[in-house]
Design a protein around this ligand. Sequence first.
Ligand code: GLN
Length: 274
Amino acid sequence: MNIQTIIKLLTNAGIEENEAKIEVKMLLEHFCNYTEIDKCKGILPNHDQLDILNQKVKIRVKDRTPIQYIIGEAYFMGKWFKVTPDVLIPRDETELLVQAAISIIKENLLKNILDIGTGSGCIACTIANNTDAVVLGIDISSDALRVALDNVTRLGINNRAVFRKSDLFSNVRDNEKFDMIISNPPYIPTGTELAPEVMHEPALALFAEENGIEFYRKIAEKAPEYLNDSGWLIFELGAGESSYVKYFMEKEFKNINVEKDLAGIDRIIYGQLK
Ligand code: GLN
């Protein structure tokens, strides 16, 4: 058994070769204490290291468990976040959302942010870690909130990002007001068939009724009650959903902007309370 045969196990299971190489590197670093530095020095993984790698690759191949759930971590905006199957794995697209939010927060000196459907807390933690704002992350799932709390501890920002169980606004008090509401809500239309890896992620975090736009509608309708004057609402968008979300927002929000991702898909939308 060598690295090449192990990479072959992954590619035979349908994982693209470059991705397979990245995953092998991640597994070696995470479980085998074998790093790129060893590789540069010309040291090969020993028998025991290859054995552990092989076991982990078998788990990966068996039912296409995402690599992030196997190592228990996902990389997001320069930091490693704890992830479990109770939370969505942070996506590259969400980095665009957080970057846009951070720019708006800094430019407008925003102080209080609400993150709806916080999941792993990747959005809440990254905003708290990069701005002077304080973030309240809410989620319907207690299991997700436990992961978010671990992430806040990891980053050492316990008093800057706080979490609460809430089904959308159900546990947000009427007198609590925010300068920005941010959300990457579930946006995949219920019933959509997905890649085997994605099926390991919590259905609660993925799927939405009304062809995927349920949560945008519900949040856009209620958000004005919880925003300060000229407060901001910012969403990550599912593919093809931009015009519907814009329509929901236009009633109460002005200066609506849509930004595209690298694939040219409308990915971020934001606006300010009229
Ligand atoms: N806010 C989390 C993220 O962006 C979870 C989002 C979700 O579960 N829909 O990764």
